[in-house]
Design a protein around this ligand. Structure first.
Ligand SMILES: Nc1ncnc2c1ncn2[C@@H]1O[C@H](COP(=O)(O)OP(=O)(O)OP(=O)(O)O)[C@@H](O)[C@H]1O
Ligand SMILES: [Mg+2]
Length: 244
């Protein structure tokens, strides 16, 4: 079976600045891959390429069976298969929790009102937010808002979930709530790629750890590389991490 993500020698530049300098990795179905690395090393860019929020200039990239490096990519079909959650929750402030989750289901998926509400209830239960159906985002904590954002992604029933530092804006307790939700998803077999600074979470949950440095994959392996890094650079990076 081909991998869910297959990135081969991908190059990406912004103007003259090359940010991805030949990045190669793959993620299999059901696998959890954690991308770690210093600020500016290209982690978010790599993630954004997988949802075609960025286009690549060289290399090949296949995600959920879609070739992203071809002009005839069906973007809607790709976006149906891939959910993405960012550090900022991007919820609509004028819509309730339930409406935030059902909006894309109704507009993009053309799912009827009753079924959309049922799906919303299911995913909100999963992230522990069912009792906040009628609340507006400003009435929720950051961690609660982030869990709603995750529920919104899950409602679309994606084959792959991408997370970009979804807990960075949260204090430790709220971070824990969100990480627990992600850990449950992993246990249920969701294929996930996450950019994270949470070393202990990566050590516990990730099947594959990808250490990026200056636009390249500097070291990659199972979460064992977080315990016994093979390169001096990864060793230093881990020892500088706050929760190591
Ligand atoms: N839209 C853009 N235009 C120009 N340069 C960009 C753009 N987005 C990112 N960059 C540059 O690309 C490099 C990699 O950025 P990226 O956001 O992928 O890093 P990162 O590893 O996610 O960092 P962080 O940990 O700070 O989020 C940085 O030098 C950044 O300044
Ligand atoms: Mg980033």
């Amino acid at each position: 079976m081909s991998p869910i993500v297959d990135m081969v020698e991908v190059h990406k530049s912004y103007g003259r600045v090359e940010v991805l300098k030949g990045v190669t990795f793959s993620v299999d179905k059901g696998e959890v891959a954690a991308i770690i690395g210093q600020s500016g090393s290209g982690k978010s860019t790599a993630l954004r390429c997988m949802d075609r929020l960025e286009t690549i200039q060289a290399g090949t990239l296949e995600v959920c069976g879609h070739r992203l490096d071809t002009p005839n990519l069906d973007l809607r079909a790709l976006r149906r298969d891939v959910g993405i959650v960012f550090q900022s929750y991007n919820l609509y402030p004028h819509l309730t929790v339930e409406q935030n989750v059902t909006l894309a289901l109704r507009l993009v998926r053309r799912i009827g009102r009753a079924e959309a509400r049922e799906r919303a209830a299911n995913v909100l239960r999963k992230v522990g937010m069912l009792d906040k159906l009628a609340a507006y985002p400003e009435q929720l904590s950051g961690g609660q808002q982030q869990r709603v954002a995750i529920a919104r992604g899950l409602a679309m029933e994606p084959k792959l979930m991408l997370f970009d530092e979804v807990t960075s804006a949260l204090d430790p307790q709220l971070t824990g709530e969100v990480l627990r939700v992600m850990e449950e998803l992993a246990a249920e077999g969701m294929t996930m790629v996450l950019v994270t600074h949470e070393m202990s979470f990566a050590r516990r949950v990730a099947d594959k750890v990808i250490y990026m440095r200056d636009g390249r994959v500097h070291e990659m392996g199972t979460s064992d590389i977080l315990r016994t890094p093979q390169t001096k650079e990864l060793g230093e990076f881990i020892s500088e991490a706050t929760d190591a």
